[in-house]
Design a protein around this ligand. Structure first.
Ligand SMILES: Cc1cc2nc3c(=O)[nH]c(=O)nc-3n(C[C@H](O)[C@H](O)[C@H](O)COP(=O)(O)O)c2cc1C
Length: 239
């Protein structure tokens, strides 16, 4: 029901944006919800974001602590919504907080062929096209050995009201059963945006625990507030 309402909201907002004929037509419509009303102007596109994504080799060298908890996440640097050009992705910041609090291993999902633009508007265009095409962008390298983990936190930015398509590539190529999966998002107003429901649909043999949604602007600019939200959530989950 929530998903239906979100989809309707997105459709209405897309229609009104189209009617305005402005350059923000391709801005994810769900960003036009409560948070963006309170936010200031959309950031100016940067000519050159100048920030490279972590390499696959770096990702493979992610810390291995022997923990049975994994934080698997996708996140982008470069120009992001309402935070300008960032050097650490919003979701990456939250992922690291979860890792620190739980002693989990961290693994960043990276695209095999990094075709994602470092400027916000161009990135939204590419992501929208991928969603419309039902694309399954390839990820770089080998994912971790999931049998070592009982609990997997899975986090990503909300892209057009859903997981970025690369997460579906991961879900579809990674059979998991009997594990506890815990979704988290960063977003610009859409909250968890059904991440929990789509995760449960992808993994009917797993338990999907209560997720956490963090505003991307808070992750970037208000880490103390986010730290408290993460700590409270983890404590509710029994960590
Ligand atoms: C392609 C794209 C689509 C987005 N779509 C939405 C959306 O539908 N709803 C929303 O609340 N935020 C949306 N956002 C904002 C991001 O979810 C938010 O900025 C997030 O914190 C970025 O995290 P990251 O730095 O880890 O990539 C979108 C951002 C991008 C780049």
């Amino acid at each position: 029901m929530k998903k239906t309402i979100s989809v309707l909201l997105v459709a209405v907002l897309l229609f009104s944006l189209a009617a305005c004929g402005s350059a923000s037509q391709t801005q994810p419509a769900s960003q036009q919800t409560q948070e963006s009303v309170a936010e200031t102007a959309h950031p100016e596109p940067a000519a050159d974001a100048g920030t490279e994504q972590q390499t696959a080799a770096d990702a493979e060298a992610s810390e291995k602590s022997g923990s049975n908890i994994l934080v698997l996440y996708f996140s982008r640097t470069g120009e992001q919504y309402n935070v300008g050009v960032i050097e650490k992705g919003n979701t990456a910041i939250v992922a690291e907080m979860i890792g620190e609090a739980t002693g989990a291993d961290l693994y960043e999902i990276l695209p095999a062929d990094d075709h994602y633009p470092m400027t916000y508007k161009e990135l939204t265009d590419v992501a929208l096209q991928e969603q419309r095409d039902g694309a399954r962008p390839a990820y770089a390298g080998e994912l971790p050995a999931f049998e070592s983990y009982d609990t997997i936190f899975i986090g990503a930015p909300v892209w057009w009201g859903d997981w970025p398509m690369i997460l579906y590539t991961v879900f579809e190529s990674t059979p998991l059963s009997g594990k506890t999966l815990i979704p988290f998002s960063t977003h610009a107003g859409s909250g968890l945006s059904g991440f929990d429901r789509s995760l449960a649909a992808a993994y009917p043999d797993c338990t999907v625990a209560k997720g956490l949604a963090i505003a991307g602007t808070d992750a970037q600019n208000n880490p103390d507030k986010v730290q408290t939200s993460v700590a409270n959530w983890l404590s509710e989950l029994g960590f």
